[in-house]
Design a protein around this ligand. Structure first.
Ligand code: PMP
Length: 296
């Protein structure tokens, strides 16, 4: 699904066939989860293929690399150029783009060694599909900011998220909702969350969550649609009593939630402000946004 014999990816400074790339079994990323990835999406727009908010994604990756003391020798404009070339070489239009910063061989516990950047792209349907989702509150808790920086996509931080999604699926749900260490609503394993009450959107504040680029986009869209947004702590009771709710993320886009732990949310989704947001997001990503360099 991710690649075939012809797929080209970017690895350690050059473009090469995906099937010819390999990482060392001595990589510190493999042993200890010290790696950083991002997820970007490209869309076919009226004026060509456009990656949505590439600078924001690469800047988050760079900032996370600094926080983890991982060498990151690329600037954001260079990374954007590589991403566009990757799309072009693979003739991809609507695609997901996955860069990952991989640590060199090191079985010790000190960061700071060499790193390699891998970037691949493939066609990927919306991560959680197009249907309204039946969700559950996970017994697995979102990683604490006291453990590692939570603002970036650190590979090792995803183990609890994988546990949460897997456990939710095993119980017959579509996706999990993770609470933070204080028992408040945090996010889904691969998306942020907004609830709606009396026409107001509410989303957990920064602190325990990934500061999603889609989350920020949704906040902006809500403002432009004159929908009030509050960033504040959400209790489990408020989640269960919500009129509507959505997950947001680059791969998820804006996905509607039908139920939490078997409790149906109060409004039919299409009557909610969340539905307006979903529509506006879909329009926005398919509209033109200028790349930082000219596509030839
Ligand atoms: N939280 C987690 C754990 C994620 O992996 C993601 C992205 N898949 C998000 C939130 C959403 O972030 P963004 O909107 O920047 O894609």
């Amino acid at each position: 699904m991710y690649y075939n014999d012809k797929t080209v990816s970017f690895f350690d400074g050059k473009f090469l066939k995906s099937k010819e790339t390999s990482i060392s079994p001595y990589s510190q990323s493999l042993h200890y989860g010290l790696g950083i990835f991002e997820g970007l999406k490209a869309y076919q727009t009226q004026h060509g293929v456009r990656i949505f908010k590439p600078m924001e994604h690469f800047a988050r990756m760079k900032k996370t690399a600094e926080a983890l003391h991982m060498k990151f020798d690329y600037d954001t404009a260079e990374l954007e150029k590589i991403a566009y070339e990757l799309l072009e070489r693979n003739k991809l239009k609507n695609a997901y783009i996955r860069p990952i910063l991989i640590a060199a061989d090191n079985i010790g516990l000190m960061a700071g060694g060499d790193t390699k950047l891998f970037m691949a792209a493939w066609k990927w349907p919306r991560y959680l599909g197009d249907r309204l989702l039946n969700t559950c509150i996970s017994p697995y808790v979102r990683i604490s900011p006291k453990e590692t920086p939570v603002m970036g996509k650190i590979t090792g931080n995803y183990v609890p998220n994988i546990m949460a999604s897997t456990e939710a699926k095993q119980r017959g749900f579509d996706e999990a909702i993770m609470l933070d260490e204080n028992g408040c609503v945090a996010q889904a394993p691969g998306s942020n969350i907004f609830i709606e009450k009396d026409g107001v959107l509410i989303t957990p504040p920064l602190g325990h969550i990934i500061p999603g680029i889609t989350r920020a986009t949704v906040i902006d869209l809500a403002k432009s649609l004159k929908i009030e947004v509050r960033e504040r702590i959400i209790t489990v009771e408020e989640l269960l009593e919500a009129d509507a709710a959505i997950f947001t993320g680059t791969a998820t886009e804006v996905a509607g939630i039908a139920s939490v732990d078997g409790n149906l949310l109060k409004l039919p989704f299409n009557k909610s402000q969340c539905a307006r947001i979903a529509e506006a997001y879909n329009e926005l990503v398919h509209s033109v946004h200028e790349p930082a360099y000219t596509i030839i």
